[in-house]
Design a protein around this ligand. Structure first.
Ligand code: CMX
Ligand code: CO
Length: 141
């Protein structure tokens, strides 16, 4: 079902401060930046590797307000790894299969993600405490 690690989501207080640290440490470059109001984040995608099944990224996340998933996480735990995201070829099929096996889905149907992707979150409690995202990349990404 999974085609790659699409990204690791990291909660930060400030994109302006975090981006240069990641660029300096690993020579990464920002491939894309956007604000996703529905998810309550400003985000920067830094490309790690591009393979046959698509790209793998570091996703830096800054909350747009305190009352958002990443805002609440930062207030509770401070900056750090927020979620892992796996690539899937067909997110509708993946969600249908996970529903049959009884997994706790935060999103039962896909929502809008980075760069026109379709995404869905799975609750951390069923997956070793790790908030998990599935990503079906848009055509050409
Ligand atoms: N990783 C692991 N556990 C997490 C977590 C995270 N990122 N965020 C919250 N939790 C845990 C909390 O520690 C808490 O655990 P306990 O009950 O043991 O104390 C529990 O989940 C509930 O925490 P909460 O602060 O009350 O948070 P909510 O229940 O309101 O929300 C969650 C939790 C996972 C449903 C919510 O964060 C969510 O819907 N996330 C998906 C959306 C999202 O994160 N969007 C931003 C990223 C966008 C992107 O990647 O594009
Ligand atoms: Co993400």
């Amino acid at each position: 079902m999974l085609t790659r690690i699409d990204h690791v989501g990291i909660a930060v207080a400030s994109l302006e401060e975090a981006i240069p640290r990641y660029e300096a440490a690993f020579g990464l470059k920002v491939a894309h930046q956007e604000t996703n109001e529905a998810q309550g984040v400003r985000e920067a995608m830094l490309l790690v590797h591009h393979g046959d099944t698509g790209g793998s990224y570091v996703q830096l996340l800054e909350p747009v307000r305190p009352d958002t998933p990443v805002g609440k996480f930062l207030a509770k735990k401070g900056p750090g790894i927020h979620h892992i995201a796996y690539g899937v070829a067909d997110i509708d099929a993946a969600l249908a299969a996970l529903t049959v096996t009884g997994f706790d889905l935060v999103n039962k149907t896909p929502v809008h993600g980075t760069s026109g992707s379709r995404i869905a979150f799975m609750h951390p409690k069923g997956l070793g405490g790790v908030l998990t995202e599935l990503v079906e990349a848009a055509e050409g990404h």
